[in-house]
Design a protein around this ligand. Structure first.
Ligand code: HEC
Length: 200
């Protein structure tokens, strides 16, 4: 019997008893469990296959796979732009008839006011109540693509990513009612003066 642990070394274990004792503790040389060895060997096999696939045969890295998926996303976005990004006069008139301006005011107050302020007087975004326009000619047909695509470099978000097409038409319809209203406290004009405005 072991003095410290009180454990017995069984008769059939004697042959695996190691020839040393530390602080009176003796050690048996038990084999590792087979499940443990199996995972260890599987790990080695996996490692070898991994190295061959990725370092030798040049399987696609995460970055390559991302690029591939990104191209698919871009082509879907392009298709979406082609189908919905062009201003459709007939649709715009239908939206106008369906309370478009009123609905557009809600869209505007929810999404656009942080940058264009109440009634579109301008802050981070330009004043929408004057006759000066940076990207458009102030008409629904020319404002629509600006709202749809945004001007990401200048801080105008791409609204086709967050709003439905109807909501974009509605926002554009509301913006049209602000045009040339010269609200008090408006931001100084930016862009080019548009002389021949089309009032919808
Ligand atoms: C995060 C700020 C921000 C928000 C929110 C925002 N805009 Fe803009 N918007 C801008 C900026 C900045 C510009 C000017 C871009 C430039 O300098 O080319 C702009 C430009 C525009 C223009 C063209 C003005 C011009 O003179 O060319 C229109 C129209 C417009 N926004 C409508 C909207 C509508 C509608 C919404 C809500 C659906 C909206 N914006 C929300 C920042 C914003």
């Amino acid at each position: 019997m072991n003095d410290k642990t009180g454990l017995h070394i069984k008769e059939d274990e004697k042959h695996i008893l190691l020839d040393h004792a530390y602080d009176g503790i003796q050690e048996l040389n038990n084999p590792l469990p087979s499940w443990w060895k199996l995972t260890f060997y599987l790990g080695i096999i996996f490692g070898i296959i991994y190295i061959i696939l990725y370092l030798v045969m040049g399987a696609p890295s995460l970055r390559d796979e991302f690029k591939k998926e990104w191209t698919v996303i871009e082509s879907i976005q392009e298709k979406f732009k082609k189908e919905h990004g062009a201003f459709d006069e007939v649709k715009f008139l239908a939206i106008l008839k369906d309370d478009g301006v009123k609905k557009g005011q809600i869209v505007f107050e929810t999404n656009c006011v942080p940058c264009h302020k109440e009634k579109g007087i301008g802050d981070i975004g330009p004043n929408l109540t004057d006759e000066y326009w940076i990207n458009s000619k102030g008409t629904p047909a020319t404002n629509f693509p600006v709202v749809f695509n945004g001007v990401p470099d200048k801080g105008m978000p791409t609204w086709s990513q967050t709003l439905s097409n109807d909501e974009i038409y509605q926002a554009v319809a509301y913006v049209q009612t602000l045009h040339n209203t010269h609200q008090p406290g408006g931001k100084a004009p930016q862009g080019n003066k548009v002389e021949d405005e089309v009032k919808q």
